[in-house]
Design a protein around this ligand. Structure first.
Ligand code: SAM
Length: 334
């Protein structure tokens, strides 16, 4: 018997251009909200192609604005697209798009920083973590001041396998300031290597897949934009709690030009600082004179594993914060 599977070949009907939508609904970009729009649908098609094969996919688009990327996603044979937009001025235009794609586009007026996506798609999409990624994708061109805190929040969700990652290893394709995209993907020893490089790379395969010149946006931002693709790893390269890894990485990079022992020292109260830092470096087998940018993810793994053991032996250690100790000292002096 011939296969009965119908092909998902939906195309949007002819619609006003994005430029016309912006005019029609008076959608002037608000500078304070860092709104920069993509009007060229060939470019939004390219961005969406870079997200991977979206056939029959369930897609969560963050910050759709006037809907350029939204249109390209709808034309990519997806099963369902959910968009979350904070600025109410965009909702009528998105609603119009939803009418043109019956049953495919759900528009939510909300904030991506608080929106809970884990229950909106069918639970049958869920995959075991070790399996191939589920057919669930996150795509977005958000303002830079939102995309960086959001990726930190989502990386923590990756480590906990909750939020958007309750479906499994959900893939993300997101824009960042080019410089941030470079930091996210920076390799050991490169000058862009930073806290973000380690936090992203210990949990995900991270690829800088496209650079979009600033002039492609209206209005033009001051900087170029990098498109970054994230696929959570089946096994994180550091198997310790996210907050512990974040603490070690933050301490190391706060003195990014010094030797790494300088930042690591601040993990410990002053009275035990020298001795404990020496012990940490020795047990982790890390050369104290390496600079932060020279440390690989596997160096951080060893440091985090040893620091975890030290925290298990001393229940007060993890809560220790050298800034609070400094504050206390200066108050005592008054
Ligand atoms: N995706 C559109 C495009 O590429 O043309 C718009 C991009 S514009 C840089 C960012 C969009 O994200 C704006 O529409 C803005 O209102 C929306 N946005 C900003 N912060 C948001 C948040 N916290 N939650 C949801 N949407 C947000």
């Amino acid at each position: 018997m011939a296969a009965t599977r119908t092909l998902n070949t939906f195309r949007l009907p002819p619609l006003p251009t994005i430029r016309e939508i912006i005019k029609l609904f008076k959608l002037k970009a608000v500078k304070q909200l860092s709104q920069n729009f993509l009007l060229d649908l060939r470019l939004t098609d390219k961005i969406v192609r870079k997200a991977g094969n979206l056939t029959d996919a369930y897609v969560y688009e963050v910050g759709p604005g006037p809907g350029g990327i939204t249109r390209s996603i709808l034309n990519a044979s997806v099963t369902e697209l959910l968009v979350v937009e904070k600025d109410s001025r965009f909702i009528p235009g998105l609603q119009m798009l939803s009418d043109a794609a019956p049953g495919k586009l759900r528009v939510v007026h909300g904030d991506v920083l608080t929106f809970k996506v884990e229950r909106v798609f069918p639970q049958s999409l869920k995959r075991r973590w070790e399996d191939d990624p589920p057919n669930v994708h996150i795509i977005g061109n958000l303002p830079f001041n939102v995309s960086t805190p959001l990726i930190i929040k989502w990386l923590e969700n990756v480590s906990l396998r909750n939020g958007p990652f309750a479906y499994g290893r959900t893939q993300m394709t997101l824009t960042f300031q080019k410089e941030v995209a470079e930091r996210l993907t920076a390799t050991t020893g490169s000058k862009q290597r930073s806290r973000l490089s380690i936090m992203a790379q210990y949990l995900c395969d991270v690829q800088h897949i496209l650079t979009i010149p600033g002039r492609a946006f209206i209005p033009k931002p001051e900087v170029d934009v990098g498109l970054v693709h994230f696929t959570p790893l089946t096994r994180p390269r550091i198997e310790q709690p996210f907050k512990l890894v974040e603490k070690v990485v933050q301490n190391v990079f706060q003195f990014r030009r010094k030797y790494c022992h300088r930042g690591l020292r601040m993990l410990f109260p002053e009275a035990q600082r020298l001795e404990s830092t020496g012990k940490l470096l020795q047990l982790a087998d890390v050369d104290p004179t390496l600079r932060p940018i020279q440390l690989s993810v596997s160096h951080f793994k060893s440091l985090c594993d040893v620091y975890r053991k030290m925290c298990d032996d001393d229940p007060h250690l993890f809560a220790y914060n050298f800034r609070e100790e400094l504050k206390q000292k200066s108050e005592n002096k008054r």
